[in-house]
Design a protein around this ligand. Structure first.
Ligand code: GLN
Length: 287
């Protein structure tokens, strides 16, 4: 059997297995085959006509079996690319999505425009936001927190792997956070409980704790917006990633708490993704 045959057969099996969230059977098959063969996808392409060694085929089939059971490719390889770098991921954390790169881009834009020094990444998960921001803008002093000890272990590993100096704190939202920040960024759990149940009901292995945002998905976001007033410096920014239909309610919440310069940034699919605002005036000095 050639590499090409192994890959197309695997793609056919993935296609007919009707696994939820397997929208790219050919891509998934080629990524797993390259991983099994220890090749880049470009090198794999060059090997298509070659016979596939039995050992590699065996390894590929065992990876494929996991994918057929519904495990995402990122968990199978323990790697997810985010903002141009590879991050270690496992079932302790949400798999970073390309949508979240928009949050990083927006944060960098505001960091550059505002001489930002202190940044907080709440609900850091894999640490992909904090690590990316630190590596892109080494000048910032960044703290990353998560309620989950397992997630923090993963985030610390990612910071270590990338040599990123990030301070980590285990904290239920702001509970253990001290001081004030120039910027708070967050990709909190924001799916509705119903959507989370539906997603996990199919055997999807991401942690519910990273997804479930309550009845309307906004439980954590409401707390974050309200509490951020005590943790932002004057003119500090809050940037929140959420679902497309949550951006308008979030901007209203920001407005009602006194935020200004409220803006919505779209993701690559043109959907509302990140809502941001600046706290202005003399809040620091209010009781
Ligand atoms: N973007 C994720 C999804 O749609 C949810 C991420 C989150 O709740 N923070 O699956």
């Amino acid at each position: 059997m050639t590499y090409r045959q192994a890959m197309t057969e695997a793609a056919d099996r993935l296609r007919s297995a009707e696994i939820r969230f397997c929208e790219t059977p050919l891509l998934d098959a080629s990524v797993l085959l390259a991983f099994a063969a220890g090749k880049t996808r470009e090198n794999l392409f060059a090997s298509y006509p070659d016979e596939i060694p039995a050992e590699i085929l065996k390894q590929f089939n065992s990876l494929l079996a996991k994918r057929l059971e519904g495990m995402p490719v990122s968990y199978i390889r323990n790697i997810k690319e985010f903002f141009g770098r590879d991050f270690y991921v496992d079932e302790s954390v949400l798999v970073p999505r390309p949508d979240t790169e928009i949050l990083v881009e927006k944060a960098i834009e505001l960091i550059d425009a505002n001489n930002t020094e202190k940044v907080l990444d709440l609900c850091t998960g894999s640490g992909c936001i904090a690590v990316s921001l630190k590596l892109e803008r080494s000048i910032i002093d960044i703290t990353a927190s998560d309620i989950s000890a397992e997630a923090l272990k993963t985030a610390k590993l990612n910071a270590e792997n990338h040599g990123a100096d990030v301070e980590f704190t285990q904290s239920d939202l702001f509970e253990k956070i001290n001081g004030r920040f120039d910027m708070i960024v967050t990709n909190p759990p924001y799916l509705t409980s119903a959507d989370t149940a539906e997603m996990l009901g199919t055997g999807w292995p991401e942690p519910a704790i990273a997804l479930n945002g309550g009845d309307d998905g906004l439980d954590f976001i409401r707390i974050i917006i309200n509490s951020s007033l005590d943790y932002l410096k004057n003119n500090g920014y809050l940037l929140i990633e959420a679902g497309p239909n949550q951006a308008v309610p979030i901007s209203k919440l920001l407005d009602s708490e006194g935020f200004v310069d409220i803006g919505i940034t779209k993701d690559l699919a043109g959907r509302n993704r990140v809502t941001s605002g600046r706290i202005s005036g003399t809040y620091d000095y209010e009781i």
